[in-house]
Design a protein around this ligand. Structure first.
Ligand code: SF4
Length: 465
């Protein structure tokens, strides 16, 4: 058990309010959300964006590497993956990734310190250990990692050996998030992902033995055949691992985008909306009772974990990987489908492996779409991220930061909060807006009131709970 010492009042769940307000909405890992990206690349001048990002005094770098291969498909999965058992695919991919790093690094100021590296997927450890060592050498050849660089890797315990862990440690990785999802055998069979819990225990031991200082576990609620009793057992299992952080994601059922998910409908295995809500409430209750702090959205952390500390001290940030403690970094994504971000642009790589490869063979940055933020977008981004990360809008501080009188400029949006205030999700004064403990599970709903694009994108997002 962890002793809860957060000065923030504990988040409380009001299931009636969650029922009332839970609808489709963005997760605000970016603003505007990626649904606003456009393929009119010439107008976006994204190549210029990299040059502009090299400005004097620019902040640190954050590097993301998308490693898309998976040996088998988990039927719930919404990630951009390539399913294959052909190990040589990882080596071939690394050749193209090397080309992309060379092309991009040549345009960047690579003297800037790297504050974050993240390997995501797919399954990063589909790559054999020596391929991971080569990828690490490529990163160290082109970039300068800060001494306190947060280097994290998404880990599938089914596709990991101790030699993978050694290779990751050698190249500087110090954090890992384990995809567990659910430890119940029937649920695992239903989602096509057999992963005995003993594997999770073994992998946690290897990672701790090799000096990984922060270990996180990913769970999903709303999967086929899950019941409150089965999910309670799953949570007890992962609490036994004593992770530093947990993410408890809501299963996003989007069969029109991921047709494999139709099998759950055909077999009538999905929990209904009330059961899904009960699963969410159960996870929240058990994790907070065990001393974890609800950092926001799906994230829980030990009270002494950097993420919980940053939430308390209002230095939390949000990026494409969720909540983060590293502020002001420019994000450079490598690999198919990866997203990059500078102060006023987003750019996303081609999502098709062959198209990404062909662009690189032609010495082109493999871009598919992007976005250039207007000044208004940038102001709204600050407001939305203030709600998502700090659970408040401080009118004086924000007016000062944004150079506009926030209560006047956003009077319509602030007035639209009236029903949320009447229901107790927020409290409003002349000085600002604060999210109450009951409002935290509905942060997205509050932030949505400041989103200028919602009307034309709402039905393309997942439900807020
Ligand atoms: S291993 Fe991970 S990325 Fe691959 S299909 Fe399963 S959930 Fe998706």
């Amino acid at each position: 058990m962890i002793s809860p010492d957060s000065p923030n009042p504990p988040v409380t769940l009001d299931l009636d309010l969650i029922r009332k307000y839970s609808g489709a909405g963005p997760r605000y890992t970016s603003y505007p959300p990626a649904t606003q990206f456009t393929e009119q690349l010439a107008e976006l001048r994204l190549d210029e964006a990299i040059a502009a990002d090299n400005r004097p005094g620019a902040g640190p770098l954050s590097l993301y590497f998308h490693l898309p291969f998976c040996e088998t498909r988990c039927w719930f999965c919404g990630c951009t993956t390539v399913i294959t058992r052909r190990r040589a695919a990882a080596g071939e991919y690394l050749v193209d990734l090397t080309r992309e790093v060379e092309l991009t690094a040549a345009r960047m100021d690579t003297r800037r310190p790297v504050a974050q590296v993240h390997f995501g997927g797919g399954t990063p450890t589909f790559s054999p250990p020596d391929e991971l060592r080569k990828l690490g050498a490529l990163i160290h050849q082109h970039f300068r990692l800060a001494p306190d660089c947060e280097f994290s890797v998404e880990v599938d315990p089914r596709r990991l050996t101790e030699d993978h862990v050694k290779a990751l440690q050698e190249i500087g990785a110090n954090r890992a998030s384990l995809g567990v999802q659910d430890t119940n055998a029937a649920v695992q069979l239903a989602v096509h992902r057999i992963q005995p819990h003993a594997l999770n225990v073994q992998v946690f031991g290897w990672l701790r033995d090799h000096g990984f200082r922060s270990l996180s576990v990913d769970l999903i609620f709303g999967l086929p055949l899950q019941t409150p009793a089965s999910f309670a057992r799953t949570i007890d299992d992962v609490l036994g691992l004593n992770p530093d952080r947990l993410s408890v994601f809501s299963y996003a059922h989007v069969p029109w985008i991921k047709p494999t998910q139709r099998i759950f409908e055909d077999r009538k295995q999905l929990p209904d909306a009330e059961t899904k809500l009960a699963l969410f409430a159960l996870a929240h209750r058990k994790l907070t009772a065990a001393g974890y702090v609800d950092v926001g959205l799906d994230h829980f952390a030990r009270p002494d974990d950097e993420l919980a500390v940053a939430q308390r001290e209002r230095t939390l940030h949000r990026n494409f990987q969720g909540y983060s403690t590293r502020a002001g970094a420019s994000l450079y994504g490598f690999g198919m489908s990866s997203i990059s971000q500078t102060a006023d642009t987003f750019r996303q790589n081609l999502k098709d492996l062959q198209a990404w490869r062909t662009a690189l063979a032609n010495n082109q940055l493999p871009l598919e779409r992007g976005y250039r933020l207007t000044e208004e977008d940038q102001r709204r981004r600050v407001l939305i991220m203030s709600i998502m990360c700090h659970r408040r809008l401080d009118f004086a501080a924000l007016s000062n930061q944004l150079g506009v009188d926030v209560p006047v400029q956003y009077a319509k949006e602030i007035a639209s909060l009236a029903n949320l205030e009447a229901d107790g999700l927020i409290s409003c004064t002349a000085q600002g807006v604060s999210v109450t403990p009951v409002g935290v599970p509905l942060l997205r709903v509050i932030a949505m009131r400041f989103d200028a694009y919602l009307s034309n994108s709402a039905n393309r997002h997942s439900k807020t709970i």
